[in-house]
Design a protein around this ligand. Structure first.
Ligand code: NAP
Ligand code: GLV
Length: 338
């Protein structure tokens, strides 16, 4: 039985390929994350790639490397991967659901509180030596307790956000294509509404849906204009769910009170207009960035690869329909016991 070749495109602190029960011929990078050119030049001959969301796994890429059998995304979102093409070429794709819900919802709620209470602005003010005295009108913000939150996407992270909102006695509205179970709604006191109703009634709108063809620019001029006067937008989902230029217009005209963003349309580039606005909080895609969560994500991705190449179907495949094709490819390349 041969050894599968595995390319890990990112440094994983503390990772040693010997930790994997299956014996892999593992290559990785010494520093940071491989860029797309490096990925292209290093994928040839590999059976599996463990990558992050910066890797563009396009149809052309998949066609170019016929030996490739699995792509394990170290992220729950997989909009960087052309899953339709992967399915066409019989490549299984896995992601990392569940292990990052708390960290991401914690960050989303941190952003909500930060924009409502103007925390970065207040800190900049203090550090700049502008603070001369206590003032009743100094840096007053918006209250959070008892307000209404609208969750666009009420899956794992949306529900984790609802749990945090309950601690602040918030009314929870949610919108997505399918209604959640009554049990889930009761658990979070959540009400299913249309997107328009959500936008018209929420003091805080928090985005938790994946980036798909349907959600790209879901927040455009039209939708942003439906938001309540004085409302805030929090985005920890994907940048392109919000049309950045429309958001900037809504912020500049005061249509919405503020936005707190972890994700951007053209990461790592951030629109210079956003950088000049006082009513935004901007952080560099750190939703899942706790040490323990990043470790859990990497371990889940690697153990999914390990399982798959040991002939056990991982639960977290996003295209499980190609599992039997994958097994046939393993056999054809002499990677299973016969
Ligand atoms: P999930 O459990 O699959 O939940 C996503 C929810 O979005 C589903 O309940 C789905 O419900 C809803 N949805 C899908 N299409 C929709 C549409 N067109 N309009 C409204 N809602 C829609 O996913 P998750 O684990 O919560 O993750 C959500 C996303 O968060 C990921 O895809 C990723 O992009 C992002 N994320 C970001 C970070 C970060 O670091 N900032 C970390 C983790 C995740 P329906 O199918 O019923 O519509
Ligand atoms: C991060 O953005 C993820 O999708 O896990």
């Amino acid at each position: 039985m041969g050894r599968p070749a595995l390319l890990v495109t990112t440094v994983i602190p503390g990772f040693d390929p010997a930790m994997l029960p299956r014996n892999f011929d593992c290559r990785t990078t010494e520093v940071g994350v491989l860029n797309n050119d490096e990925l292209l030049s290093r994928t040839e001959g590999n059976d599996a790639v463990a990558c992050t969301l910066v890797s563009k796994i396009s149809a052309e890429f998949l066609q170019r490397f016929p030996r490739l059998k699995m792509v394990a995304n170290i992220a729950v979102g997989y909009d960087n991967i052309d899953v339709t093409a992967a399915t066409k070429y019989g490549v299984i794709v896995s992601n990392t659901p569940g292990v990052l819900d708390s960290a991401t919802a914690d960050l989303a709620f941190t952003l909500l509180l930060s924009i409502a209470r103007r925390i970065p602005e207040a800190e900049r003010y203090l550090r700049a030596g502008q603070w001369k005295s206590f003032g009743l009108d100094l840096l007053t913000g918006a209250g959070v307790f008892g307000k209404t939150i609208g969750l666009v996407g009420f899956g794992r992270i949306g529900q984790a956000m609802a749990a945090r909102s309950l601690g602040f006695s918030m009314r929870v509205l949610y919108s997505q294509r399918n209604r959640a179970s009554l049990e889930t709604e009761r658990k979070y006191g959540a009400t299913y509404v249309s997107l328009e109703e959500l936008l018209r009634n929420s003091d805080f709108v928090s985005v938790h849906c994946p980036l798909t063809a349907e959600t790209r620019y879901l927040f455009n001029d039209d939708r942003l204009s439906m938001m309540k006067e004085g409302a805030f937008l929090i985005n920890t989902a994907r940048g392109a769910v919000v049309e950045e230029s429309a958001l900037i217009r809504a912020l500049q005209t005061g249509k919405i009170a503020g936005a707190a963003l972890d994700v951007f349309e053209n990461e790592p580039a951030v629109s210079p207009h956003l950088l000049t606005l006082p009513n935004v909080v901007l952080v560099p895609h750190i939703g899942s960035a706790t040490t323990e969560t990043r470790k859990a994500m990497a371990l889940l991705a690697l153990s999914s690869i390990d399982k798959a190449f040991s002939g056990v179907q991982p639960e977290n495949l996003v295209n499980p329909e190609v599992w039997t094709i994958f097994l046939k490819k393993l056999a054809a390349d002499g990677l299973v016991r016969t």
